[in-house]
Design a protein around this ligand. Structure first.
Ligand code: HEM
Length: 186
């Protein structure tokens, strides 16, 4: 599979470029007295944004993405996330950096492996990790603190499956807030 687009090598990220839609999403979110399960549909747009060098040493190929998630029960957008995926062609490292409107910012890092018909991408971050950490607004830090984030994306041709686990310290318990979906390129 070609990984070079307009002269930039996006490595395992190349197969993500485009618009994806999926309607079999499932969100498990914390509630005061337990948890809620929210079926959803969504659209994710990944755009090739060229490359950038850092400190004259590191070269990153950049995808910008926008994920819009809509609750099936009422057709309202209930998660709206924007960020970047980058591929460090020298170090063979993928990063995912993003913010969500609640006031949580994540810089996650990990691996990207090109497979027969796509790629397998896995990144993670934790609150106090020295390398890939999480920053949050004071209200979130004190009331709904994100402890860790892990994201796995599996692309096979025009099908993408992902699962992400956001561990949240909320309502006096540690909660595995999970989201997963299968999408098709449109
Ligand atoms: C498809 C992706 C996601 C969906 C659909 C989603 C949806 C939700 C929902 C429905 C709640 C419960 C809100 C409430 O009842 O008040 C929630 C809570 C939360 N989410 Fe997400 N979420 C997603 C991804 C993320 C990510 C990536 C993060 C952070 C890295 C995150 C952080 C949080 C936090 C900290 C809370 C607790 C806030 C609260 O419930 O008061 N979520 N999310």
């Amino acid at each position: 599979m070609a990984t070079v687009v307009e002269g930039v090598d996006y490595g395992p990220l190349a197969c993500l470029i485009g618009t994806w839609k999926g309607d079999s999403g499932m969100d498990v979110a914390p509630e005061l007295d337990g948890e809620e399960h929210n079926p959803y549909h969504e659209q994710i747009l990944f755009e090739a944004c060229g490359d950038v060098t850092n400190a004259d040493l590191q070269m990153l190929a950049i995808l910008r993405y926008h994920q819009i998630v809509t609750r099936k029960s009422n057709d309202e957008v209930f998660h709206n996330e924007t960020g970047y995926l980058t591929w460090d062609v020298g170090a063979k490292v993928v990063t995912q950096s993003f913010v969500i409107p609640r006031g949580v910012a994540v810089v996650a890092g990990g691996t990207g492996e090109i497979t027969d018909n796509g790629a397998l991408i896995e990144v993670s971050a934790s609150l106090d990790d020295d390398s890939y950490a999480i920053t949050q607004a004071p209200f979130m830090r004190d009331n709904a603190s994100t402890q860790s984030f892990a994201h796995r994306i599996d692309v096979n041709g025009d099908t993408m499956t992902y699962k992400e686990t956001t561990v949240v310290d909320i309502f006096g318990k540690i909660f595995d807030h999970t989201d997963e979906n299968t999408l098709q390129r449109v």
